[in-house]
Design a binder for this molecule. Structure first.
Ligand code: PAF
Length: 284
């Protein structure tokens, strides 16, 4: 596996490997089984197209607000590289912030519809940071395909929209959320939870899942009854503060007023202490 610490080494690697299409997995490091499942998916896709897997590890400062956990975000680079190697990644781009952003940079990629609600409402500017860095990583690594986790469902929808609207010639693959045995979605932020918060954290997924089952069975016939059910189920998480719960159309992220032809997706975010967790489920 090649480790590419800057744009120059990346460009040399690309020109030496220019005959092979690439599958990209962008990450911020602190890798866990959620990320390695993305590498495994990328490996499968790369095998299908006769290509190679390139991962990026970059804790992107522009997607963190000043009060968020950018400085504290874990950066276990050696362990991350070992995981990349073990999961068949061919090359890892690991730039530092000044490689990616000029001090007087003045261009931002901004999505103005899907990114204003849900996490975008509580984290203003977050998706501008995500779109800008992902657009740069696309341009720098020039992949044929890129793999993102469905755990960040809004991010996936925003990136699909950016690819569509800016004509990036890249196929976007959404990969399923990986969960602990108690169904808590894997996240680099789970390490911040106290043992009491960790014990209650799976209630977020349970409340989403029972609500989704109620919608699927017809017991929860309207978005309003589904919301009441979710709030009652989530009340068991006495240490948590709900940030949002929404039932949206899976492709437009517009809130649903009724259950009809649309494909509903249930999304929620909650603070357990200072740790903000997100999760989402489909209605099947
Ligand atoms: O999902 C993430 O880890 C980040 O938002 C991403 C896509 C790597 C951009 O920094």
């Amino acid at each position: 596996m090649d480790v590419l610490p800057d744009k120059t080494t990346l460009r040399h690697w690309l020109s030496a490997h220019r005959d092979r299409p690439r599958v990209l997995v962008p990450t911020m490091g602190a890798l866990h089984r959620g990320h390695t499942s993305l590498f495994d998916r990328a490996r499968t896709e790369a095998g299908r197209i006769g290509g190679e897997v390139i991962a990026t590890i970059f804790v992107n400062p522009t997607q963190f607000a000043p009060h968020e956990d950018f400085d504290a975000y874990p950066r276990p680079l050696e362990a991350d590289l070992a995981l990349c190697r073990a999961h068949g990644v061919d090359a890892v781009f690991t730039p530092v912030a000044h490689e990616m952003y000029a001090p007087d940079r003045s261009i931002t990629v901004s999505e103005s519809r899907l990114s204003t609600t849900l996490c975008g409402a509580s984290r203003p500017g977050h998706f501008d940071g995500v779109c800008t860095v992902v657009a740069k990583l696309f341009l720098l690594t020039q992949p044929a395909l890129a793999v993102f986790g469905e755990k960040d469902f809004q991010q996936l929808a925003v990136i699909r929209r950016m690819v569509r609207d800016l004509d990036f010639p890249i196929g976007i693959i959404g990969a399923p959320t990986v969960r602990e045995e108690d169904r808590l979605a894997l996240s680099s932020r789970n390490v911040y939870l106290s043992s009491e918060e960790r014990a209650q954290a799976p209630i977020l997924q349970r409340a989403l899942a029972t609500t989704a089952r109620g919608i699927a069975s017809g017991d929860l016939a309207t978005p309003e009854t589904a919301r009441v059910h979710f709030l009652a189920a989530f009340a068991d998480a006495t240490l948590a503060r709900l940030d949002y719960f929404e039932i949206v159309d899976a492709s437009t992220l517009e809130p649903l007023q009724s259950f009809g032809a649309n494909e509903p997706r249930l999304l929620a975010a909650a603070f357990f202490g200072k740790t903000r967790l997100i999760d989402n489920v489909e209605v099947s």
